[in-house]
Design a binder for this molecule. Structure first.
Ligand SMILES: CC(=O)SCCNC(=O)CCNC(=O)[C@H](O)C(C)(C)COP(=O)(O)OP(=O)(O)OC[C@H]1O[C@@H](n2cnc3c(N)ncnc32)[C@H](O)[C@@H]1OP(=O)(O)O
Ligand SMILES: O=C([O-])CC(=O)C(=O)O
Length: 372
């Protein structure tokens, strides 16, 4: 057996052609994230991740149409969302449950053939944003908004969330955020998805498991925590004393640090710029200013860079999105990467089953319960 590495740091656990992090640069199927963030639609990125090539116009149009055509949720799923205790259920828990439930209404859920899995990938990607937006509206006591077939994925997301067609700047921000969060090599939730389906379990189980992993605050859940921290800080003048105090108590600063990037997360600069623009536009620059102060302080004193979750918080806040929907938006985007990895895993599968180094007591003598 090889030596144990805590948290599997640095362990190469699979081969993949979907995304790469080389010299702190992220690329999807060889295309730099900088180029994709500037030029791509989310639908184009979905196609790229699933096929490892950019689509032709015809292929892109076909995927866009298929996604728009599959966004509507089964009525039973909407009814189920209505049945939750809406005052306490976290949207990530609702999403995790609803995706599992969607599998019950997909006749092909357990058909393990490649083409059926690709069809399910389209259906899951299409419906995931409808689940998030339906839940968000139901808990506000609002009607569920049905998607429009002529809108893009990002437009439909905002339309279904807010019940009105979005402004260009909102669409641009959401599209960029979806592109930037879509895939990230073997992060914890993607690894979870691959472990799950490597048992030859179904695609809905893989996505449900991945949502559970993304929910945690050390992973996707950090973006909500960043906004909670900024809200608690309240004013720019409080930022550094607050952070100093947290560091003295050895508490982690959410949105800072990364397992792989030690110099900087290449996605963060795009979110930082969006945060600057959007907070200025909404007259709420304090969120951006505070974030910059925290980023600089942590970099200087702890050598840690901001990760993708840090500035996404003030971006989504500026778009008027509820804070507990930040991680579900991450999930909507990352579903495209999870699905790509699940399809790749099925194509070249082997059970994922590492070993544990046993450190507990050995050679214990069994004592009957009445003598203990
Ligand atoms: C999309 C994403 O998932 S991006 C990550 C989102 N998560 C967060 O933002 C949560 C905050 N960040 C963290 O908890 C970590 O940086 C992680 C989980 C992202 C990476 O963790 P790891 O690679 O396991 O690093 P680990 O937690 O072992 O930290 C190493 C050292 O840096 C410190 N450190 C790491 N992150 C932070 C942080 N955010 N704030 C303060 N200190 C930190 C640790 O306390 C530790 O210090 P020590 O050696 O003095 O004990
Ligand atoms: O790769 C990671 O460990 C976390 C991350 O940044 C992501 O999933 O986008």
């Amino acid at each position: 057996m090889t030596a144990m590495t805590k948290g599997l740091e640095g362990v190469v656990a699979t081969q993949s052609s979907i995304s790469s992090i080389i010299d702190d640069q992220l690329a999807y199927a060889g295309y730099k994230i900088d180029d994709l963030a500037k030029n791509s639609s989310f639908e184009e990125v979905i196609y790229l991740l699933w096929n490892q090539k950019l689509p032709t116009k015809k292929e892109l149009d076909q995927l866009k149409n298929e996604l728009a055509a599959n966004m509507e949720l089964p009525e039973q799923v909407i009814e189920h969302l209505r049945s939750y205790d809406l005052s306490t259920v976290h949207p990530m828990a609702a999403l995790r449950t609803a995706v599992s439930l969607l599998g019950l209404y997909d006749e092909e859920a357990d058909v393990m053939e490649t083409e059926a899995n690709k069809r399910k990938a389209v259906r899951i990607q299409a419906k995931i944003s409808s689940v998030v937006t339906a839940f968000a509206r139901i808990r506000q006591g609002q009607e569920v908004v049905q998607p429009k077939k002529d809108l893009s994925y990002s437009e439909n997301f905002l339309y279904m969330l807010n019940g009105k067609e979005p402004e260009d700047i909102e669409v641009e921000a959401i599209n960029k955020a979806l592109v930037l969060h879509a895939d990230h090599e073997l992060n914890a939730s993607t690894f979870t998805a691959r472990v799950c389906v490597a048992t030859l379990s179904d695609i809905y189980s893989g996505i449900t498991a991945a949502i559970g992993a993304l929910k945690g605050p050390l992973h996707g859940g950090a973006n909500e925590q960043v906004m909670a921290m900024l809200t608690e800080i309240g004013e720019e003048k409080n930022a550094i004393p607050f952070i100093k105090d947290k560091m003295d108590k050895k508490e982690k600063i959410m949105g800072m640090g990364h397992r792989v990037y030690k110099q900087g997360d290449p996605r963060a600069k795009f979110l930082k710029e969006m945060s600057r623009e959007l907070t200025e536009l909404t007259g709420q620059s304090k969120w951006y200013n505070m974030s910059v102060e925290i980023e600089e302080y942590i970099k200087e004193n702890k050598g840690l860079p901001a990760n993708v979750d840090f500035y996404s918080a003030s971006v989504y806040h500026s778009l008027g999105i509820d804070h507990d929907l930040f991680t579900p938006i991450f999930a909507v985007s990352r579903t495209s990467g999870w699905l790509a990895h699940i399809l790749e895993q099925y194509e070249n599968n082997r059970l994922i089953r590492p070993r544990a180094e046993y450190v507990g007591p050995q050679s214990q003598q069994y004592v009957p319960v009445e003598n203990r």
